[in-house]
Write a new protein. Structure first.
Ligand SMILES: C[S@@+](CC[C@H](N)C(=O)[O-])C[C@H]1O[C@@H](n2cnc3c(N)ncnc32)[C@H](O)[C@@H]1O
Length: 327
C-alpha cells in the first residue's frame, strides 16, 4: 500500500514544516527498477561502477532509489507560473449569433449567460470547454462553500484549481476574495489561453497564478521533488486547499442511475484521491456519483460533506469535501 508519512523541513521563510513523504510499501526491496534504469540513474547521479570498491558495487536499495530520483528530477524542467498572457487562437471560440454555433454547442450557447454572466464582453471557450466549464452561479456557490467548510487549522490561504479549464472556478475563487493566492493549472494551451483571457474579462487576471502543465505532475513534485518547482510554487500543504473538477470521461454518466467513479476517465476517483490526499480537497463530480465509493475514502465513522449544486431545480454536479490524510 502506498503510504504517506511526514518529513520535517526548514523552509525558506524560516518556519519548520511537515511535508508529506511518499513511500510505496507494495514494492519488494530491489525489484523496483530494471537494470537499464539503474544504470542510467547511477550514471546521471554521478555514480560509475568503476569508481566503487568491490564491496560497494551493489548499492543499497535506498541509495539506488535516491540516485534514480535525483537523476529523473534533474531532467525535469522547472515548473513555473506563466508570466505573460498566452495569445488567443482560432480554438478560443466566441459566438455572436446562433447561426455561427455548431449544432452540438447550440444548447450551451442558449445558456451562455448562465455559464458566464459577462459572456458579451468577449468570453472565450474552446469546443471542449463549452461542455466542461462550471456555470458561474455554481462556481460562485462552490467558492463560498469551500471557504466556509475547511476542516482544520491553520486556515488555508491558497487554493489550487487543479483542472483549471477555461477559468470558471478559478475566476469565482478570485472574485470571492477569500484567498491570498489562487493557482490554476491547465494542460491544454488553447484552454489556458481562454482562462487567462476570461480572467481579464472579469478583472481578476492579477489574482490568479496560471500554470501550464499537468496537475498530477505538480502534486507529485510537491510531495517528492520541490526543487523542480519554482520557489513561488513550493506550497505549504497545511495552508493549501485543492479543488479538482476533472474531465468526466468514460461511460457516459448520464446513462447510469449511479455513476461508478472507478470507470471515470482519464482519472478515476482512486487516482484523484491518492494524488490529492495530503491536502484538504474538494472534488467536483457527476451528480449521480456513487456516494458509497466516496464514503470509502475516509475511515469508518468519519463524516464528510457532499453537496449537490442545482440550477433551475436540476442538479449540475456534486462536490465532495475531503480532509487531508496521510495513510
Ligand atoms: C472539466 S474541465 C474543467 C473546467 C473548469 N472547472 C472550468 O470551470 O472552466 C477539465 C479540464 O482539465 C484539463 N486537464 C485534463 N487533465 C489535466 C491534467 N492532468 N492537468 C491539468 N489539466 C488537465 C482539461 O484540458 C480540461 O480543460
Amino acid at each position: 500500500m502506498p503510504r504517506f508519512k511526514t518529513r520535517r523541513e526548514h523552509s525558506a521563510d524560516g518556519q519548520w514544516r511537515d511535508w508529506p513523504e511518499f513511500t510505496n510499501t507494495d514494492e519488494p526491496e530491489g525489484t523496483s527498477q530494471s537494470p537499464e534504469i539503474q544504470n542510467i540513474s547511477q550514471e546521471n547521479a554521478g555514480f560509475h561502477e568503476h569508481d566503487l570498491d568491490e564491496s560497494e558495487t551493489e548499492l543499497p536499495t535506498a541509495r539506488r532509489q535516491k540516485s534514480k530520483k535525483l537523476a529523473s528530477n534533474s531532467k525535469k524542467p522547472l515548473m513555473r507560473p506563466v508570466t505573460t498572457k498566452l495569445p488567443l487562437t482560432d480554438k478560443c471560440l466566441h459566438f455572436d449569433d446562433i447561426s455561427e454555433v455548431p449544432g452540438d454547442l447550440q444548447k450551451y450557447y442558449h445558456q451562455r449567460y448562465s455559464i458566464f454572466r459577462y459572456y458579451d464582453y468577449d468570453v472565450r471557450l474552446t469546443h471542449d470547454a463549452w461542455f466542461g466549464v462550471t456555470p458561474e452561479p455554481v462556481a460562485i456557490q462552490v467558492a463560498q462553500d469551500i471557504s466556509s467548510s475547511l476542516f482544520s487549522t491553520p486556515l488555508k490561504d491558497t487554493i489550487v484549481d487543479l483542472f483549471g479549464g477555461a477559468g470558471g472556478n478559478s475566476i469565482a475563487f478570485a472574485l470571492s476574495e477569500k484567498w491570498s493566492r489562487v493557482i490554476a493549472i491547465e494542460k491544454d494551451t488553447d484552454t489556458l489561453a481562454c482562462a487567462m483571457h476570461n480572467a481579464e474579462v472579469y478583472g481578476v487576471q492579477d489574482y490568479i497564478t496560471f500554470i501550464h502543465g499537468d496537475c498530477l505532475d505538480f502534486l507529485d513534485r510537491l510531495k517528492t521533488a520541490t526543487e523542480t518547482l519554482d520557489d513561488s510554487l513550493r506550497l505549504d500543504p497545511q495552508s493549501t486547499m485543492l479543488f479538482a473538477s476533472p474531465p468526466w470521461g468514460g461511460v457516459n454518466y448520464r446513462d447510469q442511475d449511479v455513476f461508478d467513479l472507478s470507470t471515470m476517465e482519464p482519472y478515476n476517483l482512486e487516482v484523484l484521491h491518492q494524488a490529492c490526499k495530503p491536502m484538504e480537497h474538494a472534488l467536483y463530480l457527476p451528480r449521480t456519483s456513487d456516494l458509497r465509493q466516496i464514503a470509502k475514502l475516509v475511515p469508518d465513522g468519519t463524516k464528510i460533506d457532499v453537496r449537490q449544486y442545482c440550477m433551475e431545480g436540476a442538479s449540475k454536479a456534486l462536490v465532495a469535501f475531503l480532509p487531508a490524510s496521510f495513510d
